[in-house]
Design a protein around this ligand. Structure first.
Ligand code: ADP
Length: 804
């Protein structure tokens, strides 16, 4: 150890001065306050002596006032008393100079102050080269610490420069570290480290620990400083911008942006959406509010802010309630309702939400869309409608990229914004009316929307962020199932809604349409009494449709009229009643006459049945003849489709000429002209083969077909009658039009099951297998002899008896 002064002999008996909460190290000079009675006694005893020595030992427990040897550490520092300064009565300051380490050997006594025999401790010499290296590290570390902590005592740097002996260096460095860097227990541990290496390492550890603490603290401070200066900078810039904008009179825009920003932060958007919105907002700050770019960016952020990223309405999945809602909103439709209830039960059980999408197929006005609304109501969900009729561009579904001028999101996203929740019922209307062209196939985009594997991350081109569609419940409607793109149809479960009978329509009007229209027009049923007779009158003479949309429109017209009348009379108008006069006054002269059975058809006219997008309807076929070479002309919209059927019918008549008493020679000199006035689409013509045969036969035989009889069916050259689709809709149409007998292919017998009993009981259905069976069923009793060529050559008889 570094003392050159004469050490006390081992086992020497010395006075012990206990220290409460500090450690004296060899080599250091330290003033110590003394106040406890024993210590005062000791100081007073020593103060007369020249070069008095004292053993300074730290207490284990700083609170012990009169410590015993058990309360002291075993290792202390032998010190020389340099100076005693009297501060007051029983109060001294003693300046001590540490000399070297000792260990208490044998206590001698506690009074008048502690005394003990002590053994001097020395380091062994062997570790010195290592110690020099460690000492160098300690110097470096301490210098680094001093650079970071300018408050460290100045003495330290002198020590680092001038103290060459490693052990002393360690002692002096700790001795000069402030309290908070080296605790008493740590100092004592270092004091007890007699070997120099160990001592150096312990001190190094202290310094290193402090360095890393400071490093972390600095890093944090740097971060805080960066944050501070950035936000200060932004603040200053913003203030500048604000004053510039004020100068330019454009503060309104700025407020808008602030509002948007506030809205965005309120909304808790998904991470990605929120980052995108913020980025756009900061771009906005720098832009000219008048510029096109500004508007594009702003509209975009508004779209993001307006989408229901998280918002949902809570589901009420109760099958009973579904049934109840459907019944409350719709009359009849029992099969349809049953399937919807089944469907919702399954949806309730299947948590994965997979499974087909319900597709309602049927003519307009049969309640397809309003069924969708009921389903939404039953499930407690919001309802939205997306009209797909005429959509040919993929971007209509999926949006335009924002690089396009006037770009907008697709209809799905638009609908979501409108309903404001992410789990609505969305009805895709008229999926059969979509087309595809060079701008991409909307059906393909729609498939992606509907696919449960893909739609949880649906990306609209405009929004350009994934949006979760998996909670949307999609429904679809169509008029014509053949118009639905194949892959889409595969994803759907088709529910046919064919149309209503007259009786059903009356009930729908009484129970639903009339109360609704009265309510909508603010009328009571006393102010306008809509009678059953009135409804029937409207139904028979002002509408001809499978659904009830026209009926509802006419009822609305009646209500409107009554409301206007009431307003004109300041609410004092006498009650109105829907008698024939009132109806004719409001709706004009009758548009339709259903008394079809009463009118007469000329030979050459036959009644068929067709189905188009508006439901079932009658189809009239007219044939005339003229001198010629046995040719057949077909005119009307359906020329191409009909030509074959016509040729088949004519060939069949010819092949049976003899049986029908027709002169084959005469046929060779007669041209036939077939015309179908009302048909619009190929679908209309399915089943026209049989009526064509009837019309041709009727003409050639000169016998009229019965006006109250209609036929549908295809035929082969050999005279077999083949089944055709849409039987239910056709029968309903026949019934609506007052037809009494319907001739049907035997192969369609099973399709009649779906037709309401009310209709069946009023119709005479005749099923035929062969064409031969048909004529007796449909032709009038011939008035004269059935004459082959004697049929009145009435080329001018283009019959115009059909009623439209
Ligand atoms: P679609 O979508 O099939 O064209 P809508 O759903 O628009 O038909 O229906 C037209 C109108 O007829 C709506 O007001 C609807 O409420 C009413 N309606 C249709 N079917 C029924 C029914 N079975 N019961 C009561 N109202 C009906």
């Amino acid at each position: 150890m570094g003392s050159t002064r004469k050490p006390p002999a081992n086992g020497e008996h010395i006075a012990i001065l206990p220290l409460r909460n500090s450690v004296l190290f060899p080599m250091s000079v330290v003033p110590i306050n003394v106040g406890r009675p024993r210590s005062v006694q000791l100081v007073e005893d020593l103060s007369g002596q020249e070069r008095a020595l004292v053993g300074v030992v730290t207490q284990r427990d700083p609170n012990a006032v009169e410590p015993t040897f058990d309360d002291l550490h075993q290792v202390g520092t032998l010190a020389r008393v340099i100076k005693v300064i009297r501060l007051g009565q029983n109060n001294y300051s003693v300046v001590l100079n540490g000399l070297g380490r000792f260990r208490i050997g044998e206590p001698v006594g506690l009074e008048p102050y502690m005394q003990a025999k002590v053994d001097r401790l020395r380091a062994s010499k062997s570790t010195e080269p290592n110690a020099d290296l460690l000492a160098q590290k300690l110097r470096d570390g301490t210098r680094a610490l001093m650079a970071l902590l300018p408050d460290l005592p100045r003495e330290l740097s002198g020590i680092l420069d001038n103290v060459h002996e490693a052990g002393a260096l360690a002692d002096l460095v700790v001795a000069n570290l402030p309290e908070d860097l080296a605790k008493v227990s740590e100092r004592q541990q270092i004091l007890e480290a007699v070997e120099v290496d160990e001592r150096l390492i312990l001190v190094m550890n202290l310094i290193d620990r402090q360095l890393s603490v400071l490093k972390v603290r600095d890093e944090i401070a740097d971060q805080i400083r960066d944050e501070m200066s950035r936000s200060q900078r932004e603040y200053v810039l913003r203030e500048q911008m604000r004053s510039i904008l004020e100068e330019l009179g454009e503060t309104g825009e700025q407020d808008d942006i602030d509002e948007l920003r506030a809205k965005i932060s309120r909304l808790e958007l998904p991470e990605e959406a929120s980052a995108t919105a913020r980025k756009q907002l900061s771009r906005l700050r720098g832009m000219q509010p008048q510029s096109a770019e500004y508007n594009v960016a702003r509209t975009y952020v508004e779209w993001i802010a307006d989408l229901p990223w998280h918002k949902t309405s809570s589901d009420q999945l109760d099958v009973k309630r579904v049934r109840q809602c459907l019944d409350e909103d719709h009359y009849g439709l029992d099969l349809v309702k049953k399937r919807i209830v089944e469907y919702s039960a399954i949806r309730q059980l299947r948590k994965d939400k997979k499974g087909p999408i319900l597709l309602f197929v049927g003519p307009p006005g049969v309640g397809k869309t309003s069924l969708g609304r009921s389903i939404a109501r039953a499930m407690g969900r919001k309802y939205g409608r997306i009209s797909l009729g005429g959509v040919r561009d993929e971007a209509e579904i999926r949006g335009h990229r924002r690089t396009y001028v006037g770009a907008l999101p697709g209809r799905i996203v638009q609908a979501l914004k409108k309903v404001g929740v992410k789990n609505p019922v969305l009805v895709l209307d008229e999926v059969d009316k979509m087309g595809a062209d060079v701008r991409g196939d909307p059906a393909a985009a729609l498939l992606e929307v509907l696919d449960p594997e893909q739609n949880s991350t649906f990306v609209d081109h405009y929004i350009d962020l994934p949006f979760d569609l998996s909670q949307v419940m999609f429904l679809a409607t169509a008029n014509d199932r053949s118009g639905i793109p194949g892959p889409l149809k595969d994803r759907m479960e088709i529910i046919e809604v064919a149309g209503y009978t007259r009786m059903e329509k009356v009930q729908i009007a009484k129970q639903f349409l009339v109360p609704k229209q009265l309510r909508d027009h603010g009328l009571t049923d006393e102010q306008l009494e809509i009678t059953t007779e009135g409804i029937e009158l409207v139904l028979d003479h002002y509408t001809r449709e499978a659904g009830v949309r026209g009926l509802e429109r006419e009822i609305a017209a009646l209500c409107r009229h009554a409301a206007v009348r009431l307003a004109e009379h300041k609410g004092e108008a006498p009650p109105a009643r829907t008698d024939a006069d009132f109806i004719e006054q409001v709706l004009g002269i009758q548009k339709y006459r259903p008394e079809l059975a009463e009118r007469k058809l000329s030979p050459g006219v036959a009644t068929g049945l067709s189905v188009n997008n508006a439901g079932g309807d009658l189809l009239f076929i007219e044939v005339t003849r003229m001198p010629g070479k046995g040719k057949i002309h077909v005119t009307g919209n359906l020329r191409n489709v009909m030509k074959e059927s016509a040729a088949t019918a004519v060939s069949y008549v010819r092949s049976r000429a003899e049986r029908l008493h027709l002169d084959p020679e005469w046929l060779k000199t007669t041209d036939l002209h077939l015309h179908i006035p009302r048909a619009r689409a190929a679908r209309d013509a399915a089943g026209a083969g049989l009526p064509m045969f009837i019309a041709v036969s009727s003409l050639l035989l000169g016998v009229a077909a019965r006006p109250d009889t209609a036929a549908t069916g295809e035929m082969t050259l050999r005279g077999r009658v083949l089944p055709v689709p849409d039987i239910k809709a056709k029968i309903l149409a026949a019934h609506r039009a007052g037809i009494k007998t319907v001739v049907l292919p035997e192969g369609n017998r099973n399709d009649v099951q779906d037709v309401p009993e009310e209709v069946l009981s009023n119709l005479d259905l005749r099923f035929v297998e062969r064409v031969d069976q048909v004529l007796p069923l449909v032709l009038e009793e011939p008035s004269g002899p059935l004459a082959g060529s004697a049929g009145e050559p009435d080329s001018a008889s283009a019959p115009d008896h059909h009623v439209t």
